[in-house]
Design a protein around this ligand. Structure first.
Ligand code: DNO
Ligand code: MN
Length: 355
């Protein structure tokens, strides 16, 4: 297992590569080019410059999170072919600089959704929370609240140019149900897989977060049954998954360690997000929590043990963290709590190694 840390780049991340270097046992930076509009080809020069920066800080990069998928591909518009060609070019360009895994998601319009970015915990820290009754209304309220509460940072999936198009997008998705979305996913996968195989770049789909339909939009990676369907669209280790313990764990019916065991054994889970969540009141409502098992509803020991037992040799990163010790960075992506998460996960790993 290699430990990684998500980084938003020199310009957009208050956290410096040097800070990441000082987190014990952390070598992999999980990065992306955030300035390239979704759908466009990632230029080699910019990929090279990201890699150079990371390496000159004494770190490595082999995973990109995310190369986002243009909505025209998810909707299945004729223009999708042009965007798919661009995606293939991006895969080739990333491969030229040693990128081995691309994390992506297939969620319509929005990436992850939370109803509170500063949910207050008893110890005075804050984190991200989701309460279903709040999203029963219009998406506009959520959009406004995310924009108002993001401490001035742009959150992944909530880019202003994307949000400006939201009304149009909802209309465009009117006839896209779960089956149609899955069909469009299959079309996309079949088109890009030969490029992935040729250039040795694995696709690792991130679960829908939360793992349920929202605002009438379909979701296709919510549970293990969905994973098996996606797997069958194109059976290859290049068609893999990011297993995000938090996203899948947000549905108490998902047995996260069992999912890890099944897909790591099949060599179809090259990238793992580890975070804990705590269920609240109504089913499906949760707030995120510190990584420690006793702080949340997931058993982190069982999660790390599932990775250990299956000889997982990909990259793990702590996913979101709380805002603690006065840090006011990008909600969910502060330095301190994610670094604490890493120390804890590395501790579990060492114990599993020595047991
Ligand atoms: C939530 C996060 C996601 C993730 C994207 C990947 O659990 O990890 O925002 O980065 O969905 O495309
Ligand atoms: Mn995740």
């Amino acid at each position: 297992m290699e430990m990684g840390f998500r980084w938003y780049g020199e310009k957009d991340d208050p956290i410096k590569l040097q800070d990441i270097r000082q987190i014990p046992g952390t070598k992999q930076v999980v990065g992306a080019l955030y300035d390239i509009p979704v759908g466009e080809v990632w230029p080699k020069s910019e990929i090279k410059s990201l890699k150079d920066q990371v390496e000159s800080a004494g770190l490595k990069i082999k995973i990109i999170e995310s190369v986002n998928i243009h909505d025209d591909i998810k909707i299945g518009l004729p223009s999708r072919d042009k965007y798919i060609e661009n995606y293939k070019e991006t895969i080739k360009n990333l491969a030229a600089y040693g990128i081995k895994v691309i994390c992506y998601n297939f969620m319509p319009i929005f990436d992850w959704v939370r109803t509170d970015l500063h949910y207050k915990l008893a110890d005075g820290s804050t984190d991200l929370a989701f309460q279903h009754k709040i999203v029963e209304g219009s998406p506009d309220d959520i959009i406004k609240s995310v924009q108002k509460n993001s401490n001035g940072f742009i959150l992944p999936g909530w880019e202003p140019e994307r949000l400006a198009e939201v009304k149009k997008l909802f209309k465009a998705y009117e006839n896209v149900d779960e089956n149609k979305l899955a069909e469009n996913m299959e079309y996309f996968l079949k088109a890009i897989m030969p490029t992935c195989e040729k250039y040795d770049v694995k696709m690792a789909m991130h679960p829908d977060d939360p793992p349920r339909p929202l605002f009438g939009l379909p979701r296709i990676y919510k549970n293990v049954e969905d994973m098996r369907k996606i797997e069958n669209m194109y059976d290859s280790p290049y068609n893999g998954f990011t297993i995000c313990t938090g996203s899948l764990g947000e549905n108490p019916k998902n047995d996260v360690p069992a999912i890890i065991r099944e897909f790591v054994k099949k060599n179809k889970a090259p990238f793992i997000h580890v975070r804990n969540i705590k269920f609240m009141g109504n089913e499906g409502d949760f707030h995120e929590s510190a990584h420690l098992s006793s702080e949340g509803s997931l058993d982190m020991y069982e999660i790390m043990k599932a990775l250990h037992d299956t000889n997982f040799n990909g990259v793990v990163r702590p996913d979101h963290g709380r805002d603690i010790w006065g840090e006011e960075g990008r909600p969910g992506y502060g330095l301190y709590d994610r670094a604490l998460g890493i120390a804890y996960l590395n501790g579990l790993w060492e114990a599993l190694n020595k047991a």
